[in-house]
Design a protein around this ligand. Structure first.
Ligand SMILES: [Zn+2]
Length: 190
């Protein structure tokens, strides 16, 4: 018997994810079909996990005075569609139909402004530390689900560093693309 899928896209929302709406989004251009997944890492403060600061940051509710690092990002308004915590919890901040603010100045296969046509997924992590197994598992499950909902994504998975080289380094050298792609393929073959 087929197991019920853990995640499902319903009207641009990911069921199975915790919903924490971010105000940092706008409309995708009319002609922009979703065709790319961009993988990032983030931790606040850098390389420290837990604490809920990323969630606060994406909601414009971070208290900039709580840590010296926060002052270096004060006032920034950013978001991603999804965040996968170290615990494996998946949080959605922006509906997939909307344009999240994660990529910045970027280009993929000659096409600029990746935010217009991509889904941004943040892994709670850093360039200097390995990711958790459960994060690979959840990422593969989520991306398999997204590829069913948005077939144009199929082969188009990139890191932030791939679409903004020289400017961005995430998801970093510890992100194991082979492990992720292998698990994704296994899920798709089931
Ligand atoms: Zn990034």
């Amino acid at each position: 018997m087929q197991e019920r899928p853990l995640f499902q896209v319903i009207d641009g929302a990911l069921s199975g994810a915790t919903q924490i709406p971010s105000p940092n989004f706008n409309q995708r251009p009319d002609d922009a079909a979703i065709q790319l997944v961009v993988i990032h890492n983030i931790s606040l403060p850098p390389s420290q996990f837990g604490g809920g600061y990323i969630q606060q940051f994406f909601q414009n509710k971070l208290d900039w005075s709580e840590h010296p690092y926060f002052q270096t990002i004060e006032g920034m308004q950013v978001s991603a569609h999804l965040l996968i915590l170290r615990t494996g919890e998946v949080i959605q901040f922006v509906n997939f139909k909307d344009r999240a603010w994660h990529a910045g100045r970027s280009s993929y296969l000659g096409k600029k402004e990746c935010n217009d046509y991509s889904i941004g997924i943040e892994l709670e992590g850093s360039d200097d530390l390995p990711f958790e197994e459960i994060q690979y598992e959840k990422l593969a499950e989520v991306v398999a689900t997204l590829q069913l909902a948005y077939p144009k994504i199929q082969q188009h998975l990139a890191g932030h560093s791939d679409i903004a080289p020289g400017r961005k380094t995430d998801p970093g050298r510890f992100f194991d693309w082979i492990k992720f792609r292998t698990r994704l393929q296994q899920l798709k073959n089931q």
